[in-house]
Write a protein that binds this ligand. Structure first.
Ligand code: TRP
Ligand code: SF4
Length: 404
């Protein structure tokens, strides 16, 4: 696949460090499910990334891998639409990481904000390792391997996509310059026909002289439509818009995951580290138990005391799960002591249980059939490896490693 077409590819990964919860569902997985219908998607288990911080006790990683894949499937990620794989089962990622490490200045890695932040935050671990410094570059290898144009990530990961762009730019600059590049690019323009050639030239000029990003987008779209130029030419012209050489590794864009509005049981953002989660596949009884014992407005001691929803974490859940009528019922009933807290919690329990019902149903098929899950992953790993080998062949060739 050419770098032009691959701009339609989406890639994302998740570290296997424990069971997923409803925060993951509302924040990340629903987004993946939507994207799988719009783009060619690759989703993978980033087990090597988990190892950079959990190398002293990898047992958690092993336990989480299959659970996490089942969570994805339960959430509706569809192996018919998206390619699901495990990073360490596509060892090509390690080779690309190594090759990219040759051209990555140390300072770039040391300056990625998560490097110092995580070392501070995870003080109990020794993260002064080679592997941890390389964390963002391993992520760059993951992304560039599939020449993904879009990378859905949370805000904390944007700097990793940014360094990926820089590494790709440096790579293309160093290795994308074939002898006679300009002549070949000019010849390729002519092959598009008079009208398109003229349009391409004017868009290129607008981008280069005025920095007009819209012109850049339009020129890329124009290339995508061309039927009568080769993939190689199309890659050349792709790079030629920006003035450089051939684009071997296209620069990805971060697709910011919509901020999850999912509050946890204590009203803070739902997160494993706060211990306030509801599991993605939590049993209905356990969901009910957790909600029933949730803290409410501390001023509402007796049933007859009026309360204030704004001071109650249950209200946060109503905002996610309840319609206007129910919300009004809560507001009025709480402030007038017309309803009790258990009454108030009932619709939330029902809504969560209802939301999880199809997830449980889908999960059941896989929970009782580990071979099925394994075969989905086997197939995904094979597909991923095919795509990865294509990229690596080009990368090796560009770096002068074609002798065998
Ligand atoms: N670092 C990401 C996280 O912690 C996981 C990840 C690894 C990833 N490789 C990736 C995400 C490539 C997107 C693309 O969430
Ligand atoms: Fe919270 Fe509902 Fe009780 Fe009011 S009635 S304090 S909103 S649980």
């Amino acid at each position: 696949m050419s770098s032009v077409e691959s701009q339609q590819r989406v890639l994302s990964g998740m570290r296997p460090t424990g069971k997923l919860h409803l925060g993951h569902y509302h924040g990340v997985l629903k987004n993946w499910v939507k994207l799988q219908h719009e783009f060619e998607c690759f989703f993978f288990v980033a087990d090597w990334h988990a190892l950079t911080t959990n190398y002293d006790d990898p047992s958690m990683i092993e336990e989480s891998v299959w659970d996490m894949v089942i969570d994805w499937l339960a959430a509706g990620v569809n192996p018919g639409s998206a390619t699901l794989f495990i990073q360490s089962r596509v060892p090509e990622h390690a080779e690309l990481h190594l090759l990219l490490s040759m051209i990555t200045p140390l300072g770039w890695l040391e300056r990625v904000p998560t490097y110092k932040d995580q070392q501070e935050k995870l003080r109990e671990k020794d993260l002064a390792t080679y592997g941890f410094l390389g964390y963002p570059l391993l992520q760059s290898a993951d992304i560039l391997m599939y020449r993904a144009g879009r990378v859905p990530v949370g805000a904390d990961q944007v700097s990793h996509v940014e360094i990926t762009r820089e590494v790709a730019r440096r790579f293309n600059h160093l290795y994308g310059r074939e002898p006679g590049f300009e002549e070949q690019a000019e010849a390729a323009i002519v092959k598009m026909g008079k009208k398109n050639a003229k349009l391409y030239r004017s868009l290129k000029r607008r981008y280069q002289e005025e920095g007009d990003l819209e012109a850049l987008d339009t020129a890329r779209a124009l290339l995508k439509e061309q039927q009568n130029i080769s993939l190689g030419d199309s890659e050349r012209l792709y790079g030629y818009i920006e003035g450089g050489g051939k684009v071997i590794l296209p620069e990805p864009q971060a697709l910011l995951t919509p901020d999850s509005k999912m509050p946890g049981l204590d009203g803070q953002k739902m997160s494993k580290s706060y211990g306030n989660t509801i599991g993605l596949r939590e049993e209905p009884d356990s969901v009910a138990q957790k909600i029933r014992t949730m803290q409410t407005d501390p001023q509402r001691v007796r049933r007859t005391d009026p309360g204030e929803p704004e001071k109650c974490p249950v209200w946060g859940l109503h905002q996610v799960y309840s319609d206007k009528d129910t919300q009004e019922w809560v507001q009025i009933g709480c402030r007038s002591a017309g309803i009790g807290c258990l009454d108030c919690k009932k619709p939330v329990i029902d809504a969560i249980v209802e939301e999880q019902r199809p997830l449980h149903e889908r999960a059941r098929e896989y929970e009782g059939n580990p071979d099925l899950v394994r075969s989905i992953i086997d197939e995904g790993c094979e597909q991923a490896r095919d795509a990865a080998r294509d990229t690596l062949d080009e990368v090796r060739a560009a770096m002068g490693l074609r002798y065998r």
